[in-house]
Design a protein around this ligand. Structure first.
Ligand code: SAH
Ligand code: SF4
Ligand code: F3S
Length: 482
């Protein structure tokens, strides 16, 4: 994975295998939970719900699975290699279980949902298998295992949003946090396993979302990212705050409501879908300074024929029209994408169309993947995975190179200018440097200065960049802020 792909924290595969540690509960049960997460940010957000449920049961968390009584692994199925990583990890937990037979090992998340009871047959050391909508049942399932049985709950729900459970913030920086606004996905992109692992799309009520955002802001957080597989189709219907009338809230309206909490609270969101992103959403972003000028709008392919096979329900022309609307309504907005190389039957010309749409858009970032057939998906059932591996690899490399080129060009536009950034903490590479993102989500690194700490907004003069990072110094005078 190249640096470029490390710039968007919402993306799957960026964080993997992190253990979560939280404050001890008030009443302890003397037992310890180790929880490790893989996949997209929604999975990480779910682990915070799981930790909250078990904390209420008196569990303490630990960052070392050797001292745990219960080990959970929250899994991802998006590509074959994501599942492989989990299986490798499970064999390590297996060694621990041989040493300590009382250890409870649970598989949560998308792989649990995809494989269901097969998991228990395939991986003998696993005691429990729990799908993403069944986490309220965890305490009961743990008791079942302790009574000597295997436990499984993979029921998907049409309603569950865990709206009333306040997630415990894990391993965070205390400045930026994620808020799930919906679950599931009703699109049936032919390559994608998510509709099968996460179930039907449902939107969380806006009151609990606003309360969570307000609470984070009150605790000192300065940035929230609203999460959903397709945030533009957020739609909630129900009683208004006074319970007088029935109201409907769409994504543009939700964005506005969150933005109004405070001008000092930045709002980001992910993922937008090209078929659903409306001008109303774009106008909301343009209207509020604190809604960040950054849209993750995955194209997947630049060819209309391939897009149709992918069942993305838009064409190249439609996508370009949405890009033009973004450029018109939010000048300077950063745009990122997900792109799949070597989807079924993709020709060389169609691959070139992907490269040319990347040139047209000039993506700030692009996350690139080689097509990985997933059992049970429409593509697996109907289309041959017929692009030879070496061809997929070569196309992927070409897409990656193009992404680096456009990313560098986009970052170079900031050189010689001053950008406003939210300080997130010290830079990964040196304690003497601080880092944070600008409005357009570009990572900025600069030397620390007295009085400048995490959670403050500062102006940084950019004097150079790499293809992934802007480098500069805190600005004393402010020539032009972008
Ligand atoms: N809901 C988001 C994406 C979720 S999955 C959206 O609609 O864009 C994240 C990305 O993984 C997808 O955008 C896609 O580019 C990639 N992906 C999903 N399934 C894949 C597969 N079978 N092979 C390769 N990449 C895949
Ligand atoms: Fe998968 Fe498509 Fe849903 Fe995204 S919109 S999660 S790619 S089915
Ligand atoms: Fe996310 Fe992976 Fe599931 S990307 S929704 S954890 S399949």
């Amino acid at each position: 994975m190249i640096d470029l792909q490390l710039t968007d924290k919402t993306h799957d595969e960026e964080r993997q295998g992190e253990a979560l540690v939280i404050d001890a509960p008030e009443v302890r049960n003397g037992r310890k939970l180790y929880i490790e997460s893989y996949g997209c940010q929604m999975n990480f957000a779910d682990s915070e719900i799981v930790a909250s449920i078990l904390k209420d049961q008196g569990f303490e968390t630990t960052g070392d699975y050797h001292e745990a009584d219960v080990v959970f692994i929250n899994t991802c199925s998006i590509r074959e290699n994501a599942e492989q990583r989990v299986r490798n990890r499970l064999s390590q937990f297996g060694a621990e279980k041989r040493r300590n037979p009382k250890l409870v090992v649970g598989v949560l998340g998308c792989m649990a949902e995809r494989l269901k009871s097969k998991f228990l047959e395939e991986e003998k050391l696993v005691d429990m298998v729990v799908g993403p909508d069944a986490y309220r049942d965890l305490p009961q399932l743990i008791s079942q295992v302790e009574d000597g049985h295997k436990a499984i709950n993979v029921l998907l729900s049409r309603e569950e949003t865990y709206a009333d459970i306040s997630p415990v913030r894990l391993n965070g920086n205390g400045i930026t946090a994620f808020i799930s606004i919906m679950r599931g996905c009703d699109n049936m992109c032919s390559f994608c396993v998510v509709p099968f692992t996460r179930g039907r799309e449902r939107s969380r009520d806006p009151y609990s979302i606003l309360a969570e955002a307000q609470d984070l802001f009150d605790k000192g957080y300065k940035e929230v990212t609203l999460l959903g597989q397709n945030v533009d189709s957020y739609k909630w219907k129900g009683a208004d705050a006074e319970e007088h009338a029935e109201i409907e809230v769409n994504f543009a309206q939700l964005l506005e409501k969150v933005a109004l909490i405070s001008p000092d609270l930045r709002i980001r969101f992910s993922t937008s879908h090209p078929k659903d992103i409306t001008d109303e959403v774009l106008y909301a972003i343009a209207k509020y300074d604190n809604i960040c000028n950054y849209i993750h709008l995955p194209v997947q392919s630049g060819s209309s024929r391939v897009l149709e096979l992918m069942n993305r329900t838009y064409t190249r022309e439609w996508y370009i029209n949405r890009i033009d609307a973004i450029r018109r309504i939010i000048p300077g907005c950063a745009i990122s994408s997900d792109i799949i190389a070597g989807f079924c039957t993709e020709t060389e010309e169609e691959h070139q169309e992907t490269l040319s749409i990347m040139d047209y858009v000039g993506y700030d970032f692009a996350f690139t993947f080689s097509y990985s057939e997933r059992p049970g998906t429409l593509a697996a059932r109907k289309l041959a995975d017929d692009i030879p591996e070496p061809v997929k690899k070569r196309r992927l490399a070409e897409i990656l190179l193009k992404a680096q080129e456009t990313s560098l060009m986009r970052l170079q536009q900031f050189v010689g200018k001053t950008v406003r950034i939210l300080v997130e903490g010290t830079s990964k590479k040196s304690d003497l440097d601080l880092c944070g993102r600008n409005d357009q989500n570009a990572m900025v690194v600069f030397p620390a200065a007295p009085g400048v700490k995490a959670g403050t907004y500062v102006n940084v003069y950019i004097d150079r960049c790499t293809s992934a990072t802007l480098l500069g110094t805190i600005a004393v005078e402010v020539p032009e802020i972008v």
